[in-house]
Design a protein around this ligand. Structure first.
Ligand code: SF4
Ligand code: SF4
Length: 471
């Protein structure tokens, strides 16, 4: 039976509740009065329940769709302004004991080279990432207790944080590793991780079991309950995600929101981020064999609806998506994007993008400098901010600041400060010129005079060689 407060996966992601929700959404997809009420509620920025949001997803009226997208843009602007936070994935190892049928690292794939970075190789990769200008990483490994035990992950985090090369520093390491124990989550917390990210892949239990035929990941409940264990282990910020294309998108969308509602109901704080990957081509993987792929239009609708339904949750999109798709969904609600990514193990130290150990095909292959320039040309401020995590603004402290609207007084100046660092240390001449102009203009958009003055002082100091200021 459905119970958002239950600690059992099959009760807080209840199959019957999702089926009922989809039936309710179908019945009311043309119910103008109900749709009007839901949109009015969304306009108050208090979020929507999985049932309400599912009705909007089922509605195909072009006028309602336009209104939803306009509202998503409005909410995005209100909570995130025109800033986009940048990060890069860092693949440590592609050894994996699981049999996920959509991933080239699956255990049965005998022809993909297996690789695990040594600490020295991690150092080299991180230096390459620092030299691009990155400050925020998401580390990724396959699940393999022999090759990638938790000790390896912990040692790697320590290595990453310890590397000071020129003016570079990785200031936030987010972690995307397999579901694990409370004790291991506690160790990750102690190692100083930012967000713990784990994609559910699909919320549909039967499909989940078929898509994960072998290995520990086969256990749906253990995987689905991982975020509760992570929070029990002290990790405040967790990141959800589904792999769109595996199951029917309306089912996944309802499941995703139910998961967010569960975290809020049990832990008092919802997910820090939601990722929206779509299945892509890779070694041994043909996305056309999965018949639940979604069009760019549906994808954009999903992004808009996630923004409306959970206004305080960051939304992440990777280089799986093309420049064109990224441009559209950034305005609809995405707040973080990766840039200059290599999705292979050891890819950043190679001159050309290696494809032999790639986890997925990278659609957006621009350099970080090009992505930064493009963002500015399209009137977005690229931000390398990591301030909240470092100031202890995580979990409910972060959420209450967000809900009070005061976070804006940190995000905007921090974006300008970290952009200035990027321009000074890593940008091409063209990017730098555009960036300096943008900083000048955007300084005027800091509402509090005192904050503006301090930001100006910080900017001068950064120009003189000092680093690492934050609000
Ligand atoms: S998705 Fe993760 S767990 Fe599954 S095969 Fe790939 S690396 Fe392994
Ligand atoms: S101030 Fe906090 S919420 Fe804002 S961009 Fe920086 S880390 Fe993110």
């Amino acid at each position: 039976m459905y119970n958002s407060k239950s600690m059992k996966a099959e009760e807080f992601i209840c199959h019957e509740e999702i089926e009922d929700t989809l039936a309710f959404a179908d019945e009311n997809r043309n119910n103008k009065e109900m749709i009007r009420q839901i949109l009015d509620k969304a306009r108050e920025c208090k979020g929507l329940s999985h049932r309400e949001a599912s009705v909007l997803l089922a509605c195909e009226d072009p006028e309602v769709l336009d209104e939803m997208e306009a509202l998503a843009r409005e909410i995005k602007k209100k909570f995130y302004g025109n800033r986009i936070v940048l990060f890069a994935p860092l693949y440590l190892s592609n050894y994996c004991v699981n049999g996920c049928v959509y991933c080239p690292y699956h255990h049965q794939n005998g022809h993909i080279p297996r690789k695990k970075l040594t600490q020295e190789e991690i150092r080299q990769e991180v230096i390459a990432l620092q030299d691009m200008g990155h400050k925020r990483l998401a580390i990724e490994t396959g699940e393999d207790p022999v090759n990638n035990p938790i000790e390896y992950v912990l040692e790697s985090i320590k290595t990453i944080y310890s590397i000071q090369h020129k003016n570079g520093a990785i200031r936030r390491v987010n972690v995307n590793i397999a579901a694990t124990t409370v004790e291991n989550y506690r160790k990750l917390k102690e190692a100083g991780i930012g967000t713990y990210i784990l994609f559910q892949e699909t919320y549909h239990k039967e499909s989940y079991e078929q898509l994960h035929p072998t290995g520990p990941k086969h256990d749906y409940a253990y995987h689905t309950e991982a975020m509760d264990r992570a929070m029990e282990g002290g990790i405040d910020d967790v990141g959800l995600g589904v792999l769109f294309g595996l199951e029917l998108y309306r089912y996944e969308f309802a499941g995703l929101l139910m998961h967010a509602e569960h975290l809020e109901a049990v832990h008092g704080v919802g997910p820090h981020t939601i990722s929206v990957p779509r299945i892509k081509r890779a070694d041994d993987i043909d996305p056309d064999t999965f018949d639940n792929g979604i069009s760019d239009e549906i994808f954009a609708k999903l992004c808009a609806l996630i923004r409306i339904s959970v206004p305080y949750t960051g939304m992440i999109i990777s280089t799986r998506e093309s420049q064109q798709v990224r441009a559209k969904v950034i305005d609809l609600g995405v707040s973080q994007i990766s840039g200059g990514s290599r999705t292979s193990v050891g890819g950043y130290t190679e001159e050309l993008r290696p494809t032999d150990t790639e986890q997925f095909d990278v659609s957006d292959q621009r350099t970080l400098d090009e992505v930064v320039r493009w963002l500015m040309e399209t009137k977005h401020i690229p931000s390398f901010c990591t301030a909240c995590y470092r100031a202890g603004r995580t979990g409910d402290r972060f959420m209450s600041l967000c809900k009070s609207g005061q976070i804006q007084n940190c995000c905007h100046p921090n974006a300008l400060i970290t952009l200035k660092e990027f321009l000074e240390d890593y940008a091409s001449a063209e990017t730098r010129a555009i960036g300096e102009r943008m900083i000048k203009e955007e300084l005027l958009n800091i509402p509090k005079e005192q904050v503006r003055k301090i930001t100006e002082e910080y900017l001068v100091k950064i120009g003189q060689g000092e680093r690492d200021f934050r609000f």
